[in-house]
Ligand binder design. Structure first.
Ligand code: DGL
Length: 261
């Protein structure tokens, strides 16, 4: 069973990591659109155009399930993809629902891209699942740049995280949603900088469980699947980033640049 994944860049590798953990026997083909990153500042039309192009590429190469490992792309394109493609399309959205269930202070902070936060789908999520809870949103474009540059620890990410979290912490948030797939790579920094007792919500593992539920019975969970990670940007850059982002996969994953036909 071949699973195709896409994101604006390397962020969706945080979702690939969860799927690999849960389903080591599945074959994974990932495309990161680093040449067009970020999606978070692009219009819905631009995002849809790129997502369709990459989805076609993955389908041509045998993907049987498509995972939109990007909140911005899901919010703006998942409906259109599902209407067109004859295969399961798994998307992801900021974890507003689990966050609203877990907050004790009644204040939830959602970190996500500008594009995600502006989407109608996001507003629906909040109005359906966060009644009676104060949801404070914060776009963090700097986090995406840091992850694309492989800057996952040290003074720069720490300052960016402090700056992003400050208004949420001041407002009393006790649950912080990582609503963009790049952000989990900064989780170790974020964890150290949220108030004591506060929680982080990341939906990557839930997406992996959803993918597992779609697989026909019989995929051996302990089998060895292949991992191909491609980028629309420079392949050399991706190979440099991989040891930082997915050290456990450096030996097994094949990397390269997308070869458009
Ligand atoms: N990783 C993406 C997301 O989950 C988008 C980041 C970006 O390109 O702005 O929203």
């Amino acid at each position: 069973m071949k699973i195709g994944l896409l994101d604006s860049g390397v962020g969706g590798l945080s979702v690939l990591r969860e799927i690999r953990r849960l389903l080591p026997g599945a074959h994974l083909h990932y495309v990161g659109d680093s040449a067009w990153c970020p999606y978070g500042t692009k219009s819905p039309g631009e995002i849809q155009g790129r997502v369709f192009r990459i989805a076609d590429y993955l389908l041509d190469r045998g993907a049987e399930i498509l995972v939109i490992a990007c909140n911005s792309a899901t919010i703006h394109a998942v409906g259109a993809l599902r209407a067109v493609y004859p295969l399961p399309v798994v998307g992801m959205e900021p974890g507003v629902k689990p966050a609203a269930e877990r907050t004790r202070s009644g204040v939830v902070g959602v970190l996500a891209t500008e594009a995600s936060l502006a989407g109608e789908k996001f507003h629906q999520l909040v109005s359906v699942h966060a009644r009676g809870v104060r949801v404070i949103t914060r776009p963090c474009p700097r986090f995406v740049d840091l992850v694309e540059d492989g800057l996952l620890e040290g003074a720069e990410p720490e300052a960016a995280v402090d700056e992003a979290l400050a208004p949420l912490v001041d407002a009393g948030a006790d649950v912080f949603v990582l609503g963009c797939t790049h952000y989990p790579f900064l989780r170790p920094v974020i964890e150290k900088r949220i108030p004591r007792g506060a929680e982080i919500v990341d939906t990557g593992a839930a997406v992996a469980r959803r993918v597992a539920s779609l697989l026909p019975a019989g995929i051996p969970p302990e089998g060895r699947g292949t991992v191909l990670i491609e980028t629309t940007g420079p392949a050399g850059r991706l190979s440099e980033l991989l040891p930082k982002l997915l050290p456990e996969m450096v030996e097994t994953a094949e990397t390269g640049a997308v070869k458009w036909s």
